[in-house]
Design a protein around this ligand. Sequence first.
Ligand code: NAD
Length: 458
Amino acid sequence: MGLQSRSPQRPDDLVAEFEEAGPEQVAEAAGRARAAAGRWADASAVERASALQAAAEALAGAAGELTGLMVREVGKPVTEAGAEAARAVGIVRYYAQQALDPDGETYPGPSPAALLQSRRRPRGVAGLITPWNFPVAIPMWKAAPALAFGNAVLLKPSPEATGLALRLAELLGPALPDGLFQVLPGGADTGRAMLGQVDCLSFTGSVAVGRQVAVAATERGIPSQAEMGGLNASIVLPDADPERAAKVVAGAAMGYAGQKCTATSRVIVVGDPGPFTEALVASVQGLAVGDPASESTVVGPVITEPARDRVVEAAEEAAADGGRLLTGGKAGDGAGWFVAPTLVDGLSPDARLAQEEVFGPITVVLPVADEDEAVRVANGVRYGLVGSVFTRDLDRALRLAARLDTGMIRVNAPTSGVDYLAPFGGEKDSSFGPREQGKAAREFYTSTRTITILPAEG
Ligand code: NAD
């Protein structure tokens, strides 16, 4: 079946048109990937590292082009898109180095002459299913470690970001052996078909799909990891500078129209919410909304028409639930899936907006009396990706960090932002399986073999 991806700011701009990979194509690609994986696993670590270095250079050489395509295909503001392209290059360089790390450990054996060791070996063909919102960085933060540790990769990108995925395959092709990195365009059916062929499956996307993927992988007996949604809270303590905290929260809530799993969707204000809320409204109203190709734009369009409607409906429902619209709540005029950055207060922490991910530029302000209530509200959702705390008091920051049930905690920093050197992942419904990125990625893309060697005699 034919699929299309269109520019969210100019829906009449057709970016990519492609045939969905059917079961036969998927099986054929998996066969090529398996053959390539066998040869790649036999290659020396130095060979793998230099191929990845060449891949990183190919991406670096095309960073400007990838940035432009991100702006056009997924409506990412150009400044953020440029940073994402640079990050993808950094990620591939980083894992090129990790290919050279020790590949195992030795343990005390049964006698001094004996060797007891564990060694890492690749799983074979790694299947990747990715969303559209980080269309270059997410595929690369999965593919680079998979390749570095000796696997082949099949990437099933989001249909909304297929043009970018196909371009990535063209750019990486000359640096890597044939069949080692292949893209399978398509939607859910292609993803399911790929799941039936691979040796491990790494997913990023919504909770509903991530759960299905993890169940299907488990039924096949293959390892899976799933990075899913978030409903991230920033806690603002009374000693924080309201202006500064508001600026940071506004960017984390509304940057790229809130379409980040790490976006701030709840702000929990301890004590008098007045000064902070006022500063937040001013900061949000000061953000430049518009064409993502413009250097000054912070908030571009959302990805599709239904995504835009979801934000407007969430604002209407919040108002019907007794919430107060502090700013925004309306779709933009004209072409493109624009919606005004939206802030709501006056809702209970149990209201839908404070409980479920909308994945757009809408954030709820929740005043609380004290630190204990802040922790209860912050933890009172099914997600647990990232939390942040604004304070000048290190003791309070440490206390709160210890009590928040999220995979990542950031103090005086936006909830958004990823350090690829460190493990990335969440708690509760936000994540399943081992962490991604940093040194943690090896855990997923390799299995451990324990080897015992005794002297032949004696
Ligand atoms: P999505 O779950 O709709 O789609 C993700 C991918 O899964 C796409 O490639 C899609 O085609 C594929 N897919 C859909 N149904 C499938 C099925 N039944 N079997 C196999 N594959 C299937 O998510 P999306 O709309 O592309 O992305 C937005 C979501 O991603 C948000 O919930 C966001 O929070 C989450 N996200 C999480 C992280 C993280 O690291 N935690 C990062 C980015 C985005």
